[in-house]
Write a protein that binds this ligand. Structure first.
Ligand code: CTP
Ligand code: MG
Length: 234
């Protein structure tokens, strides 16, 4: 399947409740642009990508104000109640045009700092794997498990533990089946890999860089701005 196409799905239909701003976080300003414009630039301009499916709130009034509104390689679809539903809607639309064996990279709109070199690494490493892969970083800190009053119960062995980021890259057909069946079974799906794992498949982790943060709270914007500026200098 060396001639499989590669597509990107970007869930961007969230409200950003933990950010606590009126404007959803994907539209907040970051280094002279909007968060989502940085994210899109990194994936849309990547030469290995054939098209982008963007899940937006159907009543979203902000998208039209971005520099990528009307871009010919972006297909807009309706988001759902949770992230997994937004992703599933995009996969459903993509299926009308793509083959089940095509690769899909799912990437959060709220991760604007993903490096081009990490996307390249994911494409090459996950592309060699029968199932696919997930960008992330191995844990370095000592881990503690506590009770409800924060008293330490145990030190957790960190060997083999990772933080899972996005993009996550899988075959379109397998991801669609896994995600729709996991959701139908009431499984909590926080990322694509958890649905794939639930289906009994074993993707691999691909070691990326820790600056691929998800903007979640207000202080993350400052950190993202620092990371973007530093990336520009290198
Ligand atoms: N997302 C989505 N559809 C949803 C919920 C989230 O497409 N129903 C998207 C968000 O826009 C974001 C990504 O999934 O790009 C990761 O989700 P998260 O960081 O949780 O964003 P929000 O849900 O917007 O934030 P919060 O959970 O704080 O409300
Ligand atoms: Mg959320």
């Amino acid at each position: 399947m060396t001639d499989a196409n590669r597509w990107v799905v970007i869930p961007a239909a969230g409200k950003g409740r933990r950010m606590g701003s009126e404007l959803p976080k994907q539209y907040l300003p970051l280094c002279n642009r909007m968060v989502i414009e940085h994210t899109l630039e990194r994936l849309l301009l990547h030469p290995g990508i054939d098209g982008v499916y963007l899940a937006l709130d159907p009543r979203d009034p902000h998208w039209e104000t971005t520099e990528y509104a009307g871009h010919p390689d972006i297909v807009r679809v309706s988001g759902g109640d949770e992230r997994a539903h937004s992703v599933l809607n995009a996969l459903e639309a993509l299926q009308q045009r793509a083959d089940p064996g095509d690769w899909v990279l799912v990437h959060d709109a709220a991760r604007p700092c993903v490096r081009r070199s990490d996307i390249d690494l994911l494409i090459s490493e996950a592309g060699k794997h029968p199932v696919g892969g997930v960008l992330g970083v191995a844990l370095h800190d000592t881990l503690k498990r506590t009770d409800e009053s924060n008293h330490i119960e145990a030190t957790v062995d960190r060997r083999g533990l990772w933080r899972a980021f996005t993009p996550q890259m899988f075959r379109l057909g397998e991801l669609f089946e896994a995600l729709s069946q996991a959701l139908a079974a009431g499984v909590v799906v926080t990322d694509e890999a958890s649905a794939i794992e639930w289906a009994g498949l074993r993707p691999r982790m691909v070691p990326g860089h820790a600056d691929n943060i998800k903007i979640t709270q207000a202080e993350d914007l400052e950190l993202a701005s620092f990371f973007l500026q530093r990336q520009l200098e290198n």
